[in-house]
Design a protein around this ligand. Structure first.
Ligand code: G16
Ligand code: MG
Length: 214
C-alpha cells in the first residue's frame, strides 16, 4: 500500500532547467564555446559538478579539480541570482493542487532533488510547508540513477521504499526510483520515460485513483 509521495523538483514542481541553462551557457561562452538547449536536456537531474564535467567535455576544455570547483561556484552565483527572483506563478500546473490533495488524503510528502538550492526555490515559490521531509543535494552524495536521495526520503518519512511513489521527469531519476524499489510516475513523454510505471504530462493530469492503482 502506498503511504508516501516523493517529488523531484526541477521539471516536476517548477522549471528551473531554463535558469540552469542560462547560467551554464554564460559559463561556457566565457570559456569560448556554446551548447544547445537539446544538449541541456542531458543535464536534467544530474548534480552540479557532474553537469560541469559533461559541459567541459562538450567544449573539449580540461580543468583541474580546483578550477572546476571555482567554475561551478561561479555558475551557482549566477543561478542563485535568478532563482531568488522566482515567484509562486512559476509553479508548474497542478503541482500545488496535487501536493495539497495527497496531504488531505493523509499521504506523506517528501522532496527528492539533486539540487543544493532546493530550499531557496521552495521558499521563493511558497511550497516549503507542503513537504514532510526535504532531501536534496546537501544531504546525499550519490547522483541519480543511484537511489540514495529517494531512500533517505523514505527513511526520513519512516516508510518502506515499496510504500513510496516517486514523481520524476528525468530518465536518471526514474531509474533511481526503480533502483530503490519504488513505484514511479514519469512526468513528460511516455516514449522517453519508458521505465516509469505510468507517465503523465504534468501533475495536473495526476489523480488519487491513478496513485492508488499503481
Ligand atoms: C536539478 C537539475 C539539475 C541540476 C541539479 C543540481 O535536479 O535538474 O540540472 O544540475 O538539480 O542543482 P544545483 O546546482 O542547484 O545543486 P532535480 O533533481 O531537482 O531535477
Ligand atoms: Mg528533474
Amino acid at each position: 500500500k502506498i503511504k508516501a509521495c516523493i517529488f523531484d523538483l526541477d521539471g516536476v514542481i517548477v522549471d528551473t532547467a531554463v535558469y540552469h541553462y542560462k547560467a551554464w551557457r554564460r559559463l561556457a561562452n566565457q570559456l569560448g564555446f556554446d551548447f544547445t538547449e537539446e544538449q541541456n536536456e542531458e543535464l536534467k537531474g544530474i548534480s552540479r559538478i557532474e553537469s560541469l564535467k559533461i559541459i567541459l567535455n562538450w567544449g573539449r576544455v580540461t580543468k583541474s579539480a580546483e578550477e572546476m570547483e571555482e567554475l561551478a561556484t561561479l555558475k551557482n552565483t549566477w543561478y542563485v541570482d535568478m532563482i531568488t527572483k522566482m515567484t509562486p506563478d512559476e509553479i508548474l500546473p497542478g503541482a500545488k493542487e496535487f501536493l495539497e490533495l495527497v496531504r488531505s488524503k493523509n499521504y506523506l510528502t517528501a522532496l527528492g532533488s539533486a539540487s543544493k538550492n532546493s530550499e531557496t526555490i521552495l521558499n521563493q515559490i511558497g511550497l516549503i510547508n507542503l513537504f514532510d521531509a526535504l532531501v536534496d543535494g546537501n544531504k546525499v552524495t550519490k547522483s541519480k540513477p543511484n537511489p540514495e536521495v529517494f531512500l533517505v526520503g523514505a527513511k526520513e518519512l519512516n516508510v518502506l521504499p515499496e510504500e513510496c511513489v516517486v514523481f520524476e521527469d528525468a530518465i536518471a531519476g526514474v531509474q533511481a526510483a526503480k533502483n530503490g524499489n519504488m513505484k514511479t510516475v514519469g512526468i513528460g513523454k511516455a516514449d522517453v520515460l519508458t521505465e516509469a510505471d505510468i507517465v503523465v504530462g504534468g501533475l495536473n493530469e495526476m489523480t488519487i485513483e491513478k496513485l492508488e492503482n499503481l
